[in-house]
Design a protein around this ligand. Structure first.
Ligand SMILES: NC(=O)c1ccc[n+]([C@@H]2O[C@H](COP(=O)([O-])OP(=O)(O)OC[C@H]3O[C@@H](n4cnc5c(N)ncnc54)[C@H](OP(=O)(O)O)[C@@H]3O)[C@@H](O)[C@H]2O)c1
Length: 224
């Protein structure tokens, strides 16, 4: 029965054209150069944490999201969904921000990263790691918000796009407003899982679609 289909979801958006560079600063590059941003404790954290963001994820029927550093499934319609969602802005002069953990960054095919048309931010504690100039590398969630606060005129929405380690921290942030979840009805052999959706409720759900007998749907969750 299609209606017994669990909520979880699959991610999308890795299949995108080659990235161009932009003039965004790299926080990691600044740190390496000795130009550290002001420490978070010097900031109004309440203000910083007021930047709202959404999560975008795709999960299988058991909450699985990844296997050996990659996606366990191929679902082109979900990739399109991800791309459309994260690219869409109302203001033509603004982009959206996509925030990801270093392992998710590495999971993107080299030719397709940074994700084009979006401001790419990577969380990593490794200050020696190199990223393209257009990518901001930040060493903590606090620094992420600090960085975003410094460039609010440039972006419209912020999406946290994985992986599991980053999702688990993002869900703890009060400014995490919505989860865009693609739920895939089948169980895959996963080694990485989305945290519990306890205390989140479904506010919208697409019909159930079918891709060669792989059923999936798009859902939106907000906090209960
Ligand atoms: N199905 C989906 O929707 C979806 C979406 C995205 C990813 N995935 C899958 O998920 C898997 C990757 O997830 P993962 O949990 O292993 O890794 P991840 O969350 O992508 O990245 C973890 C890394 O991010 C950095 N990091 C995490 N929290 C940080 C913080 N607070 N401050 C600074 N850096 C921080 C660390 O990098 P350093 O080690 O460099 O310090 C850490 O090792 C892959 O299989 C991928 O394909 C699935």
């Amino acid at each position: 029965m299609r209606t017994s289909f669990i909520t979880f979801f699959q991610e999308g958006g890795w299949a995108v054209p080659r990235a161009q560079t932009s003039s965004l600063p790299s926080v990691a590059a600044e740190l390496r150069a000795g130009h550290s941003p002001a420490p978070l404790e010097d900031m109004d954290y309440e203000t910083a944490s007021n930047i709202p963001f959404d999560i975008v994820v795709a999960v299988d029927s058991e909450g699985g999201i990844g296997k050996r550093g990659t996606l366990p499934w191929h679902l082109p319609e979900d990739l399109k969904h991800f791309k459309k969602l994260t690219l869409a802005t109302t203001a033509a002069d603004k982009k959206n921000v996509v925030v990801m953990g270093r392992k998710t960054w590495q999971s993107l095919p080299e030719a397709f990263r940074p994700l084009p048309g979006r401001i790419n931010v990577v969380l990593t504690r490794d200050k020696t790691r190199e990223f393209p100039l257009s990518v901001a590398a930040v060493p903590s969630f606090g620094t992420l918000f600090e960085h975003l606060m410094s460039m609010t005129a440039q972006f419209e929405k912020v999406f946290v796009i994985g992986g599991a380690e980053v999702f688990s921290q993002a869900l703890l942030q009060p400014n995490c407003q919505k989860i865009h979840l693609t739920g895939i009805s089948r169980k895959f052999d996963c080694d990485t899982f989305f945290p519990s959706l306890e205390s989140w409720k479904v506010v919208s759900q697409s019909p159930v679609f079918d891709d060669h007998s792989l059923e999936y749907c798009f859902k939106e969750y907000v906090r209960e």
